[in-house]
Design a protein around this ligand. Structure first.
Ligand SMILES: [Zn+2]
Length: 274
């Protein structure tokens, strides 16, 4: 079903299957990207929807979160998520009062707190996990085309530098499952917006069509932003799993929208126990 992945491993615990970035785990960072099975949501039956409380019952989401974190062996850690709005807003979680309050608006989170898991919710958008090997600070970013256009991951690295004195060359990054350039068709207006913002836009494009549409490589765009921010190329790990092609494993908004039920959300998490 899935070709060999060098730096990632699908790991099963009971009904829950999670994708782990091994180099982050080797550095003692708890991390995972969820898959869609083993939960209690009717999206369809037994879906592990880890999205917002708005499109599913609160009980379902809380039970799914519990199953996901228990499967990872970190049910005792505090999970912090953001109210994601396709922005370039980064929220820094600096004390446990922040961690326990209602989700704040934004599309990236950063923290230096131990025992805190940061979560990013996606269904096609790219979930990015970042870890500072030196300070132990971690961050997550939600990079759809809007966030990528605005440089959400660059801003996240800047926040780590400002709040945790992170040296970007010490950051290890994991790019999770997202809509791949194989499937991500965008209109000419999106391509034009990227051209205006990023010199490397030509490198992101494929499948160009006479009507101006084309396919966009969001993963490459974020890798290039991370490199420009000072990360080492060999410290950026991309699972290269397309959520549309692997809709059996991951929720995909593009693939599932228009059906009678809402589309569930996967979650990427990172943190450290101590
Ligand atoms: Zn695809």
């Amino acid at each position: 079903m899935i070709r060999n992945m060098q730096s990632f491993q699908l790991r099963t615990n009971g009904e829950i299957e999670s994708l782990i970035c091994l180099p982050l785990e080797d550095l003692c960072f708890t991390n995972a990207f969820s898959t869609r099975g083993g939960g209690v949501s009717p999206l369809p039956a037994a879906s592990l929807n880890l999205g917002n409380f708005s499109e599913d019952s609160r009980e379902n989401i809380l039970e799914n979160r519990h199953r996901f974190l228990t499967g990872l062996g970190v049910a005792d850690m505090t999970l912090v998520t953001a109210r994601q709005i396709h922005s370039t807003l980064v929220q820094s979680i600096i004390d446990h009062e922040d961690a326990l309050s209602e989700p704040r608006e934004g599309d990236a989170l950063a923290t230096g707190l131990p025992q805190t898991l940061l979560g990013v919710q996606t269904a096609d958008c790219l979930p990015i996990l970042l870890a500072d090997r030196q300070s132990g600070a971690v961050a997550v970013a939600h990079a759809g085309w809007r966030g990528t256009l605005g440089g959400i991951v660059s801003r996240t690295v800047e926040t780590m530098q400002q709040c945790f004195q992170t040296n970007p060359s010490e950051i290890v990054a994991a790019l999770g499952p997202a809509i791949g350039s194989c499937c991500f068709e965008v209109g000419p207006e999106v391509i034009a917006a990227f051209r205006q913002q990023w010199d490397f836009t030509d490198r992101l494009l494929s499948h160009s069509q006479p009507d101006g549409k084309g396919h966009l490589d969001i993963n490459l765009a974020n890798r290039l932003q991370l490199l420009a921010a000072g990360l080492r190329d060999e410290a950026i790990f991309d699972c290269k799993l397309c959520t549309v092609c692997h809709n059996d494993l991951f929720f995909s908004y593009r693939r599932e929208k228009g059906s009678i039920r809402p589309v569930g959300r996967s979650m990427g998490v990172i943190g450290r126990a101590a």
